[in-house]
Design a protein around this ligand. Structure first.
Ligand SMILES: C[S@@+](CC[C@H](N)C(=O)[O-])C[C@H]1O[C@@H](n2cnc3c(N)ncnc32)[C@H](O)[C@@H]1O
Length: 216
């Protein structure tokens, strides 16, 4: 697989990460960086997803921002934002917040529900960033994805951040290892979309090699 690290200089990552952790959208924490805000905006416009599934709601800011993007682009889409902790204080007709553990999604999301979701579908794995949780989400949603749909794996950047703060070592390169194994086990069904990953420079994104397009 191609180099999964980001070519962004460490000093830029450090400054950007500090700001990302306190960024707010409409007053609500929204843990995104400027590169991925731009890449998500482009992707949502180009894909025009009727369904967005987000693992990892946190404060609800990213779901709220995506709902506003859908509205701005005139896309008739809906967001299901899933988190192990309930979200309070954010309501939007386009968002359903769902409380569930990514390791046990089958207990909450039925096959009937999953197969009723209109495409195009955008799945965003932005949960715990450990190997097992990341690959659990990828394996759970892969069967419902069709050619043209996207599976975004957030925060492979945690591995690039280890030299800055040892706290990131606990993720044990989880997202990147999950992407590697997932691509190996799904054969030729998914491709790394380098048009997104490398739009601003090699993996100038927190989602290193993580913009995956379903192609078969
Ligand atoms: C990085 S934050 C999500 C950030 C959010 N998408 C944003 O951009 O603002 C990760 C979230 O994953 C949730 N999480 C952690 N473990 C989880 C699990 N096993 N199942 C579901 N969600 C989990 C945490 O509660 C946390 O809110």
């Amino acid at each position: 697989m191609r180099d999964i690290t980001s070519a962004l200089p460490l000093a830029v990552l450090e400054s950007m990460q500090r700001a990302t952790l306190r960024y707010t959208y409409r007053g609500i924490l929204c843990l995104k960086n400027p590169f991925d805000f731009a890449l998500y905006t482009k992707l949502i416009h180009e894909l025009a997803p009727r369904t967005i599934i987000e693992i990892g709601s946190h404060s609800g800011g990213s779901a709220l921002w995506m709902a506003d993007m859908l509205r701005a682009f005139g896309i008739d889409g809906h967001i299901y934002s899933i988190d192990i902790r309930p979200v309070s204080g954010v309501t939007d007709e386009r968002i359903d917040f769902v409380t569930a553990d990514v390791r046990k999604l089958g207990e909450t999301l039925s096959p009937e529900f999953l197969h009723s979701l209109p495409g195009p579908i955008l799945v965003i794995e932005d949960g715990a960033h450990f190997y097992d949780t990341t690959i659990a989400a990828m394996r759970f949603f892969a069967p419902i994805l069709r050619p043209g749909d996207y599976l975004l794996v957030e925060d492979g950047i945690v591995n690039d951040l280890v030299p800055l703060d040892k706290v990131y070592a606990k993720y044990d390169n989880g997202p990147n290892r999950a992407i590697f194994d997932f691509l190996a086990e799904t054969g030729d069904r998914f491709e790394i979309d380098t048009d997104y990953c490398d739009f601003f420079g090699h993996n100038y994104t927190y989602n290193t090699n993580g913009y995956l397009k379903c192609v078969r």
